[in-house]
Every structure is written in structure tokens, then in C-alpha cells.
Design a protein around this ligand. Structure first.
Ligand code: ADP
Length: 261
């Protein structure tokens, strides 16, 4: 609580008492704390690749450049760390545009089956490289949603991308969509590493990762699910998680159906 006070005078012009004002500033305090944490996180996430890039560049300048195989390896690291920074900045821009409501959602009728097929085509190569089988259940051709096309693709890429990322080689990813109570439910399931119960609500927080070191190594920005959640909310949709460690994860996106009678 923030406390303000002021004395007041009585008829004899003496101090008659004090007025105390208790103001509940918990919400404001929470927001300020979150903002500070966010800035600290962004700085840390940017500092790590910058430090790496700088030290590899210095070593090259100091002579490593003369050794072609080492030089190539170092330049590879510099290249991939720059990619990480550019992913981070582009994710931050997406979030910031949404925060300031500058994203123009063009809600149009989208056919779920076609959209799922498109996204799977984009993920097929990554999955194949990891020897992960993608199973697309047969999805009704009549399933439509009212959604921004890029926004929907982004949600699907982030969630299905995670399914591929957090599932070890020879694992499986299943994608299905169906109607339930006039909603369209899209389910993305994997038999990967799973998410501990205590982390399941927090994975939608900006920069939250279950295993910081390991997931950073996998190239994620820690922003994918918070972006997905924010897009979903802008379309009256929700995302729910069901997961068990070592067994796998199922993420469901629940979207109001379009023209479902
Ligand atoms: P990241 O860029 O680190 O993948 P996300 O916001 O997409 O960030 O996800 C947050 C965290 O949730 C990940 O770091 C990971 O620990 C966990 N996670 C997300 N999807 C899965 C999944 N399918 N299986 C296991 N863990 C997952």
C-alpha cells in the first residue's frame, strides 16, 4: 500500500486530526516489476550472442583467420549467433506491435484443412532431418474459421515447430482438427520430452523456458508461445496445454467456428 496523509484543522484552528489515504498499488507494482524484468531479459538475451560474436571475431583478427578450417568454424558461429539475434528482434517487434495494437488483423474465412496442410509442408523438412514422423489426421473439408491468415500460420508454426523441436529423433507429431460445440479445436500432439506440471502455466510468459540452457541451445527465443497466445486472444481463441514429462505434450487451440450450423 502507498500511504498519503494530510492534517486537518478544527474550528479553533488547531490540528483536529489526520486524514490517511491507503492506496492499493499492488497492480501498478506488479506491472512495473514485469516491465523491469522484461527489459532485463531482453538485455540478457541480446548480450549473450553479442559477447559470443565479439569474442569469435577478436580471435579471428588475432590470427585464427590464417587457419582456414578454424576460420570457417568461427564464422559459422558468428553467422548462427547473428541469426539468433535477428530472430529475437523480429519476435520482439511482433510482440511490440501487438502491445500497441498496431497489428492489422484481416479476419477472413480460412479453411482449416488447407491451412494445416500448408503449415505441415513448411515443417516437413525440419521434421525429416530429425527423423520425426508427422501424422496429419484426415481433417474435414468443411471446417472453417474467421482468422487472420498470417496470424493463424504464425500460431501453428510456433506450436507445431515446438512439437518438432522438443521431440527427440524417431519421435512422432500428430495434428488433428475437429468441431466441438461450435468451436474448432486444433490439436498438436507429440511424444517428446513433455513439460513439468509446475511450468505448464508459465510457458506462455515472455522468455519463460523450462530448461533455460538446453532450450536456448535449440535456437528458440522463448517468445514463441507468448506470441501465439497473444494472437489467439485477438481472435477470441484460447490455447490449452496437456503434458506429461517423458511422455509428450498436447496443445489445443480452440477457435470459434465459422458458419458451423
Ligand atoms: P522457445 O523459443 O524456447 O521454444 P516458446 O515460447 O515457444 O519458447 O516455448 C516456451 C517453452 O515451453 C520452451 O522453452 C520449452 O521449454 C517449452 N515447450 C514448448 N512446447 C513444448 C513441447 N511441445 N514439448 C516440450 N516442451 C515444450
Amino acid at each position: 500500500y502507498k500511504i498519503d496523509y494530510a492534517p486537518f484543522m478544527n474550528d479553533q484552528n488547531e490540528i483536529g486530526g489526520v486524514i490517511l489515504v491507503f492506496k492499493n498499488v499492488t497492480e501498478q507494482y506488479k506491472i512495473e516489476k514485469m516491465q523491469k524484468e522484461f527489459v532485463a531479459n531482453v538485455s540478457h538475451e541480446l548480450k549473450t550472442p553479442i559477447t559470443t560474436i565479439k569474442s569469435y571475431a577478436e580471435t579471428l583478427i588475432d590470427g585464427a583467420i590464417e587457419e582456414p578450417s578454424i576460420a570457417k568454424e568461427f564464422l559459422g558461429v558468428i553467422n548462427s549467433e547473428s541469426d539468433r539475434m535477428s530472430r529475437l528482434v523480429s519476435d520482439l517487434l511482433k510482440l511490440s506491435r501487438m502491445d500497441y495494437e498496431q497489428t492489422n488483423w484481416t479476419k477472413e474465412k480460412l479453411n482449416v484443412n488447407e491451412m494445416v496442410m500448408d503449415v505441415c509442408r513448411k515443417l516437413r523438412i525440419v521434421a525429416k532431418n530429425k527423423k520425426i514422423k508427422m501424422h496429419i489426421e484426415s481433417i474435414s473439408e468443411n471446417l472453417n474459421i474467421l482468422f487472420d491468415r498470417d496470424g493463424f500460420e504464425q500460431i501453428m508454426l510456433n506450436i507445431a515447430g515446438n512439437a518438432v523441436k522438443y521431440t527427440p529423433s524417431d519421435g512422432n507429431v500428430w495434428i488433428d482438427a475437429f468441431e466441438n460445440n461450435k468451436d474448432v479445436v486444433i490439436s498438436i500432439k507429440d511424444d517428446g520430452i513433455g513439460i513439468p506440471k509446475e511450468d505448464q502455466t508459465r510457458i506462455f510468459d515472455r522468455f519463460y523456458r523450462v530448461d533455460k540452457a538446453r532450450t536456448r541451445q535449440m535456437g528458440g527465443t522463448g517468445l514463441g508461445l507468448s506470441i501465439a497466445k497473444q494472437i489467439a486472444e485477438a481472435h477470441d481463441s484460447t490455447i490449452i496445454v496437456n503434458s506429461e514429462v517423458q511422455k509428450g505434450t498436447e496443445i489445443k487451440i480452440i477457435i470459434p467456428g465459422f458458419e458451423i450450423i
